[in-house]
Structure formats: C-alpha cells, structure tokens
Write a protein that binds this ligand. Sequence first.
Ligand SMILES: Nc1ncnc2c1ncn2[C@@H]1O[C@H](COP(=O)(O)OP(=O)(O)O)[C@@H](O)[C@H]1O
Ligand SMILES: Nc1ccn([C@H]2C[C@H](O)[C@@H](COP(=O)(O)OP(=O)(O)O)O2)c(=O)n1
Length: 170
Amino acid sequence: MTERPPRLGRTRLVAVDGPSGAGKSTFAKTLAAQLNATLIPTDHFATWDDPVAWWPRLRAVLDKIAENEEATYRMTDWSEGFPKPGEDRTIRPTEILVVEGVSSARKSIADKLTAAIWVELEDADERLERAVARDGEKSREHLTRWQAFERGWFAVDGTKARADYVVTSS
Ligand SMILES: Nc1ncnc2c1ncn2[C@@H]1O[C@H](COP(=O)(O)OP(=O)(O)O)[C@@H](O)[C@H]1O
Ligand SMILES: Nc1ccn([C@H]2C[C@H](O)[C@@H](COP(=O)(O)OP(=O)(O)O)O2)c(=O)n1
C-alpha cells in the first residue's frame, strides 16, 4: 500500500467497500492498525434513511485533509441500536487514511484513491445473518432494506469493477 502514490494531497486514501455483512469493518480495522492509519467508518455518517446521500459531509473532510488541514465532523451514534447525532470527531492530516463502508469507493472519489478494496461474501443470506448477529434482531428489517438498496447502488456505481484488490470472506 505504501508503494502506491498518495492522491489525496500528501495522504494515501484507501477505501474498503462491499456489501453489508461481508466483513468490511472487521477487515478495515485490522488493515488500519497494521498501516498505523486513521480509520473513518461511513456509519459515522450513514443512517437507515440516508444510506449514501451524506457524502458531501465526508467529502468536505477529505478535501480539508487534501489541503493538509484538520477537519471535524459530527459522528452518527449507533450505541443504542438506532442512529442519532453523536459527538464531534477531529481528523488530523495523516499519511494513510482508510475509509470503510458501503459507497466509500464510489466513482466520484476514484481519482483520489490510492487503493480501492472490495470485500465480499457471495452468500447474501449469510451476510444478512452476520449483520443481524452484529446489530441485533431489531435491525433485521432495516438491514434487509439496506441490502436491497446497496445491490442497486453497486450495480449503477460499478464499484467492484474498479477495485484494485478483492478480498473474499469465508
Ligand atoms: N472473515 C469473517 N468470518 C466470519 N465472520 C466474520 C468475518 N468478518 C466479519 N465477521 C463477522 O460478520 C459480521 C459482519 O462483519 P462486519 O465487519 O461488521 O461487516 P460489514 O462491515 O461488511 O458489514 C460481524 O459480526 C463480524 O464479527
Ligand atoms: N449498530 C449499527 C446499526 C446499524 N448500522 C447501519 C449503518 C450502516 O451503514 C448500515 C450497514 O452496515 P454495514 O456495516 O453492514 O455496512 P457499512 O460498513 O456501514 O457500510 O447499518 C450500523 O452501522 N451499526
């Protein structure tokens, strides 16, 4: 990863995308720790009712990092199982920034990415069960809707076709 050039100012931006329940968050946490990178999960922005349109708020953060400036955003708080506005988080300019979540490798950021990583698990039922095991039975309906949405999103965005690496969960 460090051999590939930075494309977000001096920062190497790495996106970990793929369908819900595939293992993105788990993979991205390990990757960020190994690279000593800052990690931004898109669920700090997303809510059930707003799966991808929050993007300008993250883009504003990335644009500041590209200018070598720090940036602050308000995190979505999922600690009670539903989304509500949480605390502010400040991101400082960093050598490697990992952004993880559905739509993190979207077409509009492709030219700024040092690497796009696609995490997948083919069996959609298994992905749903893993996500429900993580978030609780109360989230099942939301996660089912979310998975239907992301199928369409990925088809239109063509995310996987742009991936530099594909990671297959088992
Ligand atoms: N390689 C794996 N094998 C088995 N279970 C996994 C694996 N990676 C993640 N999980 C579990 O599956 C669930 C979903 O993983 P997560 O990383 O939250 O996926 P995503 O961020 O893609 O939705 C979590 O409960 C996690 O502990
Ligand atoms: N505890 C919870 C409950 C719901 N969510 C919501 C917000 C997420 O973007 C969606 C889908 O989660 P998932 O981790 O599968 O996908 P992302 O990696 O967040 O894109 O679920 C959550 O992330 N955490």
